[in-house]
Design a protein around this ligand. Structure first.
Ligand SMILES: Nc1nc2c(ncn2[C@@H]2O[C@H](COP(=O)(O)OP(=O)(O)O)[C@@H](O)[C@H]2O)c(=O)[nH]1
Ligand SMILES: [Mg+2]
Length: 389
């Protein structure tokens, strides 16, 4: 499963975001418990279910909104010098290992200092936090590399020694592969094993950019001063209010409103049952949603998976005429796959054996066979024909 990490300094709203994102209204069959432990949960990306355009009711979506599970990690707050072991530094960095991409939560209201202590709203510039998080992460990676560096340099004297391969091995636990290293060394003037400390640190920064891509979420948008909003917009920040999303998901679970995560607005179901305080709270949230087009929580999750990681959704089926699995369930699975994936990749994703026995695939919509070099599109419904079951 794809996993995203919520990173940031203390009190920027990571846990609120985590709670909101993992509070599912519907327990989806395979994932009845959305919170695995205090820091690990199941969140969802939102997609359009193909069943509606096929004139079917699949039972796996809510009015055509398909929620596809992803893992979410609420990471310990990061403070300056975490890479030197300050605060919960090590725990922070351990959590990052598990994630393929990062949502950096910043406090867009500017009401917390660098260490996360409350201060007068609007007095801290969250752009500083963006620089500092990148620095801490880079120095952490560099710290790991530095420990092995002398050995790498010694070994580089030998023939046929690949510095890239050695570094890939050092970082294997971080999910860093050779491809990331090739991207990070592109354009380097010096051979990697001869790089200066400065060059190595820069290399570590690039390595992180490719191996752990990041988007910035400007949380507490409900209290963000307009000038800060303008500055953050220039940095492609996605604005959000985790607190608003949490309130809406709770209200939806309680039957007070109709709201599917990611909707630009909500509908009050029983106006007469609301207390004046509830009514005022919902009115504030409504106004915020008009300003930022929703609460931003689902938008951030979707942006991370579909834009940053460039994933698509593919639906494997066994009966291509009925769009079902062998038990008659319509569109039972929705898989997130890297854009550029082929039917053979999908076969392996369903099961290694099915991948090994892959013969060909059928596009369920057109009922046509597709080549195994065919590039899957978002929303494809595919039957795999394999010699193995
Ligand atoms: N105004 C506002 N406050 C928020 C929002 N999200 C979180 N908070 C508050 O920020 C404080 C810290 O939140 P928490 O989730 O514990 O932050 P963490 O330390 O990053 O996990 C709490 O008082 C939250 O209620 C938001 O969207 N708007
Ligand atoms: Mg927290």
């Amino acid at each position: 499963m794809i996993t995203l990490a919520l990173a940031g300094k203390p009190n920027c709203g990571k846990s609120t975001f985590f709670k909101a994102a993992t509070l599912a209204e519907v327990a989806i069959a395979n994932y009845p418990f959305t919170t695995i432990d205090a820091n690990h949960g199941v969140a969802y990306v939102r997609s359009v279910c193909p069943c509606t355009t096929l004139g079917l009711t699949c039972g796996n979506c809510q009015d055509g909104v398909r929620l596809i599970p992803i893992g979410l990690v609420d990471v310990a707050g990061l403070v300056p010098d975490a890479h030197k072991g300050r605060g919960l530094g090590n725990q922070f960095l351990d959590h990052l290992r598990e994630a393929q991409a990062i949502l950096h939560i910043v406090d867009a209201s500017g009401s917390t200092d660098t260490e996360g202590n409350p201060i007068t709203p609007g007095t801290h510039d969250p752009r500083e936090d963006m620089v500092f998080l990148e620095y801490e992460m880079t120095m952490w990676v560099y710290g790991i590399l530095e420990k092995h560096w002398q050995k790498v340099q010694r070994m580089a004297q030998a023939k046929n020694f690949s510095t890239e391969a050695a570094i890939a091995e050092i970082f294997a636990g971080l999910g860093i592969v050779q491809e990331h290293l090739l991207l990070a060394t592109q354009g380097m003037k010096t051979e990697l094993h001869r790089a200066s400390q400065e060059e190595l640190i820069a290399f570590c920064g690039r390595l992180l950019q490719v191996a752990k891509p990041m988007i910035i979420v400007g949380n507490k948008a409900d209290q963000a001063p307009p000038d800060m909003v303008a500055h953050l917009r220039e940095k492609q920040v996605i604005f959000a209010s985790a607190a608003a999303e949490l309130a809406l998901r709770k209200a939806a679970t309680g039957g007070i409103i109709r709201y599917i995560p990611g909707d630009p607005q909500f509908t009050i179901l029983h106006e007469e049952t609301l207390s004046p305080a509830q009514r005022a709270g919902l009115a504030q949230i409504r106004a915020l949603m008009e300003r930022i087009n929703g609460t931003g929580v689902q938008q951030a999750l979707n942006a991370a998976v579909f834009s940053l990681m460039d994933m698509i959704v593919v639906y494997p089926v066994e009966d291509e005429s009925k769009f079902t699995d062998s038990q008659g369930r319509i569109l039972p699975d929705a898989f997130l796959m890297k854009r550029g994936s082929t039917p053979r990749d999908l076969a392996y994703r369903v099961h290694t054996d099915i991948g090994k026995g892959f013969l060909y695939a059928v596009d369920a919509r057109s009922r046509m066979r597709v080549k195994d070099t065919h590039v899957l599109k978002d929303g494809d419904i595919i039957k795999i024909v394999s010699t193995r079951k």
